[in-house]
Write a protein that binds this ligand. Sequence first.
Ligand code: SF4
Length: 271
Amino acid sequence: MLFLTELQCFNFAIIFEKKNDIYLFEKNIKEIISLNFNSIELHIIDTEYNFEFVDKINILANEHLFLHPVLYTNNQKIVQYIYSKQNNRILCESVCNFYSYDISYDSFFCNIMFFTESQHYNTYYHKKIFISKDGLISNMLNSSKNFGNINQIYNKCELIEIIALQDFQLLWYASKEKISICKDCEFRHLCIDRRIPLKRKNDSWYFTTECNYNPYICKWKNEHGYLPLNDCGIICNEHGFSIDKSKLKKVLKNLWGLLKTQYFSSSNFWG
Ligand code: SF4
């Protein structure tokens, strides 16, 4: 862990997925806190919390304001207990929210640093290192490919060598400007997206799952008139990206009435 701060890595996120021994948990957290990270996100996923455990986390978070605990639980008694406390610093989320890759307005960050980074980099994967509970180093969560083990690294230069690998940094450069669909979206430089982009042979990128927002008709999935991409004449897969323009025009006309074709003919995707 010490190597991380030596490498100017000041923001740290820990994910606890199983019920932990409360004393071991506290000991580990205190060790991590002592390493002087600027911020520590503490994601705890379990359905079997007890009040003592919750109190310990809250006390730690109140003692160390850079600690941001998020508890993923479906247990309403625990949620009520947490939110009834006056000095509560724990955020509660449902368990499925941790595993969900859905995009919503909550996934947007509107600030100049985020916007600037997004011009060239993937704002979720850029400069992130994932270390599993067994110490395996990878460039994405639950990756089957690893680049070494943190327990077998004895100085910061060895870690730098891993991070400098082109393969390790591959996802860093998958900016929204290079990803099909997203590159046509007005939210592309606000949007943090955990989905794993895949690279085509021609160096363009795509996702295998569809976002909740369809930028070609400006509709969210829960909005009246929403249609999936395929129904709008948009094909996007490992082979490439294409738009059936006459189909999309019909969809847009049905949704929004008369089109200003001059506007659309000058836009990115209209060609
Ligand atoms: S289409 Fe892409 S950029 Fe737009 S909201 Fe969805 S994930 Fe974000």
